[in-house]
Design a protein around this ligand. Sequence first.
Ligand SMILES: Cc1ncc(COP(=O)(O)O)c(C=O)c1O
Length: 380
Amino acid sequence: MKGFFGDFGGMFVPETLVPALEQLEREFNMLKDDPEFKKDLARYSTTYIGRPSPVYYASRMSEEYGVEIYLKREDLNHTGSHKINNTIAQALLTRYMGKKRIIAETGAGQHGVATATVAALFGLDCTVYMGAVDAARQKPNVDRMKLLGAKLELVHDGSKTLKDATNAAMRDWVKNVEDTHYIIGSVIGPHPFPEMVAHFQSVIGREARASFKEMGFLPDAVVACVGGGSNAIGIFKGFLDTSCELYGIEAGGLSDNEGDHAMAIGKGRAGILHGCVTYLVQTADGQVADVHSIAAGLDYPGIGPEHSYLHGTGRVTYDKVRDEDAVFAFRELARREGIVPAVESSHAIAYVLKNKDKFKGRKVLINLSGRGDKDSERDI
Ligand SMILES: Cc1ncc(COP(=O)(O)O)c(C=O)c1O
């Protein structure tokens, strides 16, 4: 069925949004293979984002842990994370659709910064919704968004985090759909967003695969952190057709107790969130549960529907890392390699360090989805 990954996905939205989603689907299907659009996107990718991002062999970490650790350096992208791959592409789509205003939700602020950046680049009006709790813990990004000229709407509903920011952005979109495009920041939401965002992020996997081809071998395993799941899907797409083991790492937070973690697959059940059927963390009576992660970008009760499907097929293994292990990895990469990772990406690093016996002597590719400037001012 269109827009579904097995039993997951779909387009469960208010009627007012259906024409906008259908227009988006049409434009995306038309433009994704259009030579002009591809040329535009490739030009911005190289000259503005700085792609391709390299694969770096972390030799000191590798020696210390007995695992060959390779990092895909999405932290080196302009604005400091993989989020810019998607926002540049969607901003181009916005221009092709003739819309003048973009809105976005943000957790860690990286998607908000990436959206504010492309709004400045293309002269679009921009509003970013952010939970008040996230704004307090990611202040450098709040300041950057304002500097870039975006209007920041702090959200005080619910847990004041990413889910609530997404709700607020959806409400804005329903009201202003005529002239506004909603740049969703992950592989979540109604069709065609999960498919479209994955397509724009698949550049990560394609480039990583090409880097390994040059080195003459493949990694044994690929590991990425999972919030909504866009950096993970992006890198997995380059290796789905190989025998590489694939690992998606969810936020284990403080404990397995409800409210202490954000494990949509590890602890969730199928339900509907933000316009699609997917795994999400729920209370006993089926409400969306409160979630927690030290990483604002992973603090989301759901997960992209394609991940729910990949979990079902067994092609990808989903596991967890606790807050304290992510903080250890955050410091460890800084001290051993001179790279300060985003606390989100630190979950993927921590998984490899914690499981060094399982990965002993093997080649492991970790997606370093972003840099940790936004986190290095925090007391973590
Ligand atoms: C650096 C970084 N990594 C990962 C994520 C999680 O998002 P996703 O799972 O869509 O890659 C975020 C979200 O804000 C982020 O900023």
